[in-house]
Ligand binder design. Structure first.
Ligand code: SF4
Length: 341
């Protein structure tokens, strides 16, 4: 009897979890959303065609924060009608506003941001501005009323240092957004993938960039379709003689600095790994003492043998032969990086 009850409970749980997965799968079906209107149009169309989405949020140091601040906003506007995750539609494309205040003709869109990104000129993020205008235009189409909006960025490490940007309905934005939507819809329907935007570059966000938050080089999942493989990419021009001087200091732009930070972090990791490798090797040799041969475990093998290595004693040789006559001269490019602070 107890066995049958447990079996029934198990089947019920399985059925409920499966329904949840189905619901999630349906909601994740790739389709055009208002929040994508400010992103690369080529990436948006390719994402919808392939079902592969580029996650620009965490990598750019930004997270959707609507749910996190639900309680906070509810308290700040206590007594007022607030609708979280309010669905809006513009030219057949849907979006979800974080907090809609219908009586005030107003809404709030929240994002969290990593402190590293809160620098002059970074906020508001361009594609968030497009997203907010898309919601304002959608509300205008739905209600025939001009709405206002606040875009709030909460630094993850210290939410008290939040920043607020305000917007109002703008007809010029409305017309531009309708054109963007129609172009994207046409591309999706016909399968004609838009070209790489003229001002994009293979070493710039959102194609490829170094994330100071995740400390990794992030590449758009469609990078190779746009720029080809590494060997197909154009080589950097050879520097002129004037550029070759390593004594003078030049100002480093943000993209170059991101790459330098990436190389620095790789070299630091490499150094740590080399030190760990040396210590592990030493520990193995101490454990087996002077024994040599092969060891086989369940998953790994070990071979330790002594090999004779012969190297030329160049110091001794230099006493009898002029070695300079045998030296080949080549130019090696030294790339040294360091952390200033
Ligand atoms: S690599 Fe750049 S141009 Fe190509 S789809 Fe990605 S973001 Fe767009």
């Amino acid at each position: 009897m107890q066995g049958k009850v447990l079996e029934a409970i198990r089947n019920d749980v399985v059925a409920r979890v499966n329904r949840l997965f189905e619901k999630t799968a349906q909601s994740q079906e790739p389709r055009l959303r208002l929040s994508q209107l400010g992103l690369c149009p080529r990436m948006t169309v390719l994402s919808i065609q392939t079902g592969i989405t580029a996650d620009l949020t965490e990598a750019a140091g930004i997270l959707a924060a609507g749910h996190l601040y639900e309680q906070f906003i509810a308290e700040a506007f206590e007594g007022e009608e607030v609708i979280p995750q309010y669905e809006v539609v513009l030219a057949g494309v849907t979006g979800h506003i974080d907090f809609y205040f219908p009586q005030r003709l107003f809404f709030i869109e929240c994002k969290t941001i990593a402190a590293a990104k809160v620098s002059d000129g970074f906020l508001p993020v361009d594609h968030h501005v497009v997203q907010v205008h898309a919601y304002l235009s959608a509300l205008y189409e739905m209600t025939n009323e001009r709405h206002y909006a606040a875009l709030i960025y909460f630094p993850r490490e210290n939410p008290r240092k939040f920043e607020v940007f305000t917007f109002t309905y703008d007809e010029a934005w409305h017309s531009e957004l309708i054109i963007r939507i129609e172009l994207l819809k046409h591309a999706i329907e016909t399968g004609e993938v838009p070209p790489v935007p003229a001002d994009y570059s293979p070493n710039k966000f959102p194609c490829r960039w170094f994330s100071r938050i995740s400390r990794i080089l992030i590449t758009c999942p469609f990078f190779e379709r746009c720029y080809g493989t590494a060997s197909e990419q154009p080589q950097q021009p050879t520097p002129t003689a004037a550029q070759e001087s390593s004594d003078e200091f030049r100002e480093m732009d943000a993209e170059l600095e991101d790459l330098v930070a990436y190389l620095h972090s790789l070299r630091t990791q490499k150094k740590q790994l080399e030190e760990q490798e040396k210590a592990a090797r030493q520990e193995i040799l101490e454990r087996i003492k002077s024994a040599r041969g092969r060891w086989v475990g369940r998953e790994f093998g070990l071979l330790v043998k002594d090999e004779e290595r012969r190297v030329l004693d160049t110091k001794a040789l230099a006493k009898v032969v002029n070695l300079d006559e045998y030296r080949r001269v080549s130019v090696a490019t030294v790339v040294d990086v360091w952390k200033i602070r």
